[in-house]
Design a protein around this ligand. Structure first.
Ligand code: NAP
Length: 245
């Protein structure tokens, strides 16, 4: 651990967009702790690829697990200075009338409560130390578009993430903490297969003004910019990264 080092926690940092954030931040000199939920194989691949990255299994929807994630990051890397709330799940594609309550509860727990718990954990540590920090949340263009017939519950959970960003940025601005959000459009990751349609990115490409799905690296670039001092006067922003959608 060295004084002044940037230490970043990325939730869901072992696959998809989160892994791209882990790689981009690592390349820029951040010490990175990547959290994940249960996919040990992806976690092991990231460990092998980036031995300097600390990889921790931790459920963002569980407060004790969130505290353990930050404890593990700080034990290995030093005080956390930045957080990317990337972990998220879509539930299953389908009409809301058919949505099981267990699925709805889990999507809200992970996407909304998880984002809130991780932000609270970071803020508590920064407040106790009298330091500032930066948070970037990951929402979705679904928050504005609503995703009818697909996953309105997911869209609503991401709208909550955006409102949380706006309010929290105002609440903690005086402490020098910046809170921003990136709202990706359709990005090529395994999340679509998890929702029940691996072909979704190509299916929706025709609706996207730029004519194609995005790549995880294109979202990671927006995230690391918001984390950086180049965005020093940006807070409470929701940066649309949806190819025009
Ligand atoms: P992904 O490929 O499915 O990866 C999700 C990551 O989040 C995995 O590392 C997963 O861990 C982790 N995760 C899931 N539930 C968790 C929990 N309870 N606690 C801790 N970690 C958990 O997803 P992605 O496409 O990269 O999406 C990343 C973020 O971008 C999500 O918030 C998603 O809603 C948002 N987003 C994605 C798209 C898109 O088109 N891909 C568009 C808009 C917004 P495991 O590996 O252990 O499962």
């Amino acid at each position: 651990m060295s004084a002044g080092r940037e230490v970043l926690v990325v939730t869901g940092g072992t696959r998809g967009i989160g892994a791209a954030v882990t790689r981009a931040a690592h390349a820029r000199g951040y010490a990175v702790c990547a959290g994940y939920a249960s996919d040990d194989a992806s976690a092991d691949r990231l460990r092998a690829e980036l031995p300097g990255v600390v990889v921790v299994r931790a459920d963002v929807a569980d407060p004790a697990s969130v505290a353990a994630l930050f404890d593990a990051a700080e034990a290995a890397l030093g005080p956390v200075t930045a957080l990317v709330n990337n972990a998220g799940i879509p539930g299953r594609l389908g009409r809301h009338v058919d949505a099981p309550v267990e699925m709805l509860r889990r999507v809200l727990d992970v996407n909304v409560l998880g984002t809130m718990l991780c932000a609270r954990e970071a803020l508590r540590r920064w407040e106790a130390r009298g330091t500032a920090g930066r948070i970037v949340n990951v929402s979705s263009r679904a928050a504005a578009l609503g995703s009818p017939g697909e996953y309105v519950h997911y869209a609503a959970s991401k709208a909550a993430v955006e409102t949380f960003t706006v309010g929290l940025a105002k609440e903690v601005g005086a402490a020098g903490v910046r809170v921003n959000c990136v709202a990706p459009g359709t990005i090529r990751t395994d999340i679509h297969a998890a929702a029940g349609d691996a072909t979704r990115p190509d299916r929706v490409a025709a609706r996207v003004p730029l004519g194609r799905p995005g790549e995880p690296e294109e979202i990671a670039a927006a995230v690391v910019w918001l984390l950086s001092d180049e965005a020093s006067y940006v807070t409470g922003a929701v940066l649309q990264a949806g190819g025009g959608l």
